[in-house]
Every structure is written in C-alpha cells, then in structure tokens.
Design a protein around this ligand. Structure first.
Ligand SMILES: Cc1cc2nc3c(=O)[nH]c(=O)nc-3n(C[C@H](O)[C@H](O)[C@H](O)COP(=O)(O)O)c2cc1C
Length: 211
C-alpha cells in the first residue's frame, strides 16, 4: 500500500443524506505533497467557501497563551486577487524566471493579520497557522505557498485591513512538478529547476538535523 496510514472515514452530508467515503492521507504524505507552488491552473477557480474551510483549522491549533490573535482576510478572483498579484513576489531565488509565468498566477489568497503588534509568540502562532492551513489545502486536493514578500502598505490600504498583515497564503490547483531532494548539511539549499521545468527542493537529511 502506497500510504501505510490510509484510513477511511464516513462523513454525513446533511440530515439523512447519503454517506460518502473520504480517504485520508497520512501526515507524512500530506507534508510531502505540501510544497510551495508558484504556478497554478487557470481553469480551476478557488471559491470563497474553500478558503473558509481552510481557515477553519485555526479553531484546532496551538496558540501562545491561547490568545488567538490572528485574523484572516479572504481574497478570491473577483475580490481583488489582481491587486495582490501586483504587490507580491514569488521565486526570489529564481529571479530570471519572473515567476509566476503568465497565465499561471494564483487567484485566491488568505491574508493573515495580527490584532496585536508582532512579537516572537505572534510569529510562532503565525507559523503554526500558516502550515496548518496549507496542510488542510493539500488534504482538499489544493496547493499553496506562504508569501512574505509583499507590499504591506498597499495591501493594508487596498483591503482596508484593520490589522497589520504579516503573511499571505496563495491557494490554487498547482500546475508545477516539484520534488524533494535529500542533501547533506553544507550542500546548496536553494531550490532550482531542471531543463524540463521540474523544481527540486533540497532538504537536509533528518539524521543530520539531530544535535
Ligand atoms: C515565512 C515564509 C515566507 C515565504 N515567503 C515567500 C515569498 O514571499 N515568495 C516565495 O516565492 N516563496 C516564499 N516562501 C516559500 C519558501 O521559499 C519555500 O518554503 C522554500 O523554498 C522551501 O520549499 P517548500 O515549501 O516546497 O519546502 C516562504 C516560506 C516561508 C516559510
């Protein structure tokens, strides 16, 4: 079996509705699939309800002192995605490619804001929230990326945000081939692409992460 932890779960949709079998992947599989995508399928439109489902995982995650200071602005194709695109950067390590390629731009975003000034603990909450949401998106058959390189002032002004935006997630159906590549400590860690366009993401072997 490809996924040793595959389990089946029955979910009911509405009262007395028919039962649907939902296959759940192991956390290992989800984490492997959860790569940072910088190109998306244009013919797949992410709906607001999908973003709502993704944000809902925040009711189940850890939070420093359980303060839950993060808030989320949902942006879809028809509610300002084009403005976000003009004010963010993807693929800083591959500047010559000018990612995203035309017609592969992401068109749905979750802007993560904090109700309090940024501190170490806000940032830890932020990382937990961002990774949890991307894993949920992956479970839903979607892909995404965290985006820290964006014009905060412009995004705040455009969406009339009451709180400081700290990070954005792009969400969509990825159209890229991305592979993890185990490397030794000291080797190059920058992601790169081969002639076919496959992206390789070097990750230090787990044995070398233990001190
Ligand atoms: C906090 C944070 C901010 C990031 N910001 C950007 C960004 O602005 N643009 C971008 O292309 N990638 C961004 N990334 C994605 C990283 O480049 C990516 O995680 C890294 O290359 C490893 O690839 P992987 O996520 O597929 O493992 C960000 C990642 C993190 C964790």
């Amino acid at each position: 079996m490809a996924d040793g932890y595959l389990e089946k779960k029955f979910e009911e949709f509405g009262q007395g509705a028919k039962k649907t079998v939902v296959k759940h992947s192991s956390i290992e599989t989800l984490m492997e699939k959860n790569r940072s995508f910088r190109g998306y399928k244009k013919d797949y439109v992410v709906k607001r309800e999908m973003l709502e489902r993704i944000v809902s995982v925040n009711t189940k995650i850890a939070s420093a002192k359980n303060q839950q200071v993060l808030r989320f602005k949902l942006v879809t194709k028809d509610t300002g995605a084009d403005i976000i695109l003009q004010n963010m950067k993807l693929g800083g390590l591959l500047p010559e490619l000018h990612l995203p390629f035309p017609d592969t731009e992401p068109e749905a975003f979750i802007i993560i804001c904090s109700t309090v000034p940024e501190t170490k603990f806000v940032d830890i909450d932020l990382g937990i929230a961002a990774q949890s949401m991307l894993l949920k998106a992956t479970e839903m058959g979607l892909n995404g990326i965290m985006i820290g390189a964006f014009n905060k002032a412009k995004i705040t002004e455009t969406f009339d945000l009451p709180y400081e935006p700290l990070l954005m997630l792009a969400i969509g159906k990825g159209n890229e081939k991305i592979k993890l590549q185990p490397v030794d400590e000291g080797e190059k860690l920058a992601y790169y692409r081969d002639e076919q366009g496959t992206q390789f993401v070097p990750k230090i072997r787990w044995e070398q992460l233990i001190i």
